[in-house]
Design a protein around this ligand. Structure first.
Ligand code: 5AD
Ligand code: FES
Length: 347
């Protein structure tokens, strides 16, 4: 197997075999990584120019009924501070965001039974009524097909649900026995069928992850063909059993961003907060490796620190306006520009 030909094949055929992906991920040196980076950046520039889409992230609830082993908001973490935003707080975050140029609002939260279909549909309808030129993205976990249908009916445009890992055995080492990777994948296909612009994704360097797992994650994305993909390094949280596990690697995350860009030229690919957390220039590097989206925090300042999925999360002390200013400057510093646009997926 030859690295150059694998990279060329990713660029032209947008795919590779499992063996080739494993080989590439295990043998990627600085030279190959730079070749991947360049090709990925060129691909992103060809489709999006130097424009970066922004999404206003509103963290609506830190309550979760799940107990994912890696997550600081897991049910069994008695130290987590739990809060819920009211409809009024959510709408006022949107109001602020709209004035700052956001045209997508992402409502993200734990699997919190308080947000019934009725409650979420009401919130979605109100946002769409007040801000008809904005997209609403939901990221509220596994709710099942019936619930997804109602949310779609209320006007939700997009849904983020990371698959976390495509390997069932690996999934079982990251989640309690009542959760399954197969169910997660079924729900992702349901979201696509219902017409949501759908986002999958995974953590890089999650505990027990192998290179084969990562290759399978890439091949799963090929099968699902999501419109969005969120990846970031695993970062340990002090109140979880994974507290002493090593964090995911910066270079592996960047390499995967570039490969995903080549395999899915038009995919909406964020440079995530987790990437910005493990390196001060993480998000800038993410963009240079093919990412085209950033997701500044729009949550009310008083709750920011309590949406703690992992330790040392950045931007927890900043107002939305400061974040957007900071990110604009960061993007300008590498020759990119934040735009006021819904940033929909285009075929
Ligand atoms: N480190 C990095 N990412 C995490 N997530 C949850 N916990 C962590 C962690 N400790 C990610 C998961 C989830 C998304 C909302 O955040 O992939 O889907
Ligand atoms: Fe939030 Fe820099 S992006 S402070």
């Amino acid at each position: 197997m030859n690295m150059e030909s694998i990279i060329e094949q990713l660029r032209t055929n947008r795919t590779a075999s499992r063996e080739e992906l494993v080989f590439l991920l295990e043998n990627c040196g600085d030279t190959e990584r730079e070749a991947l980076r360049k090709a990925a950046q060129e691909t992103a520039l060809a489709h999006f120019g130097n424009k970066i889409y922004i999404r206003g992230l509103i963290e609506i609830s830190s309550v979760c009924k799940n107990d994912c082993f890696y997550c600081g908001l897991r049910r069994s973490n008695g130290n987590a501070v739990r809060y819920r935003l009211t409809k009024e707080q959510i709408l006022s975050s949107c109001e602020k965001g709209y004035a700052l140029g956001f045209r997508t609002f992402v409502l993200q939260g734990g699997e919190d039974g308080c947000y019934t279909d009725e409650a979420v549909c009401d919130i979605v309808r109100s946002i769409k009524e007040r801000f008809p030129d904005c997209a609403v993205t939901l990221s509220l976990g596994e709710r099942g097909e019936e619930s997804f249908r109602r949310l779609r009916g209320a006007g939700a445009d997009r849904y983020l649900l990371r698959h976390e890992t495509a390997d069932e055995a690996h999934y079982a080492r990251l989640h309690p026995a009542n959760m399954s990777g197969a169910e997660r994948q079924r729900q992702l296909f349901a979201l696509k069928r219902l017409g949501f612009q759908t986002g999958a994704g995974f953590m890089v360097g999650s505990p027990y992850q192998t290179t084969e797992n990562l290759a399978d994650d890439l091949l799963f994305l090929k099968r699902l063909e999501p419109q969005m993909c969120g990846i970031g390094p695993f970062i340990p949280h002090k109140d979880t059993d994974f507290r002493d596990m090593p964090q995911g690697s910066l270079t592996m995350t960047l390499t995967l961003l570039a490969i995903i860009r080549l395999m899915h030229p038009r995919i909406l690919l964020p440079a995530t907060t987790a990437l910005g957390t493990i390196h001060p220039k993480g998000r800038e590097m993410g963009i240079l490796y093919g990412a085209n989206v950033v997701m500044p925090n729009l949550s009310p300042k008083e709750h920011r620190k309590d949406y703690a999925l992992y330790d040392n999360k950045i931007c927890t002390g900043d107002e939305a306006a400061e974040c957007i200013r900071c990110l604009s400057a960061r993007m300008r510093s590498i020759g990119y520009q934040i735009v006021t646009d819904r940033g929909d997926y285009r075929e």
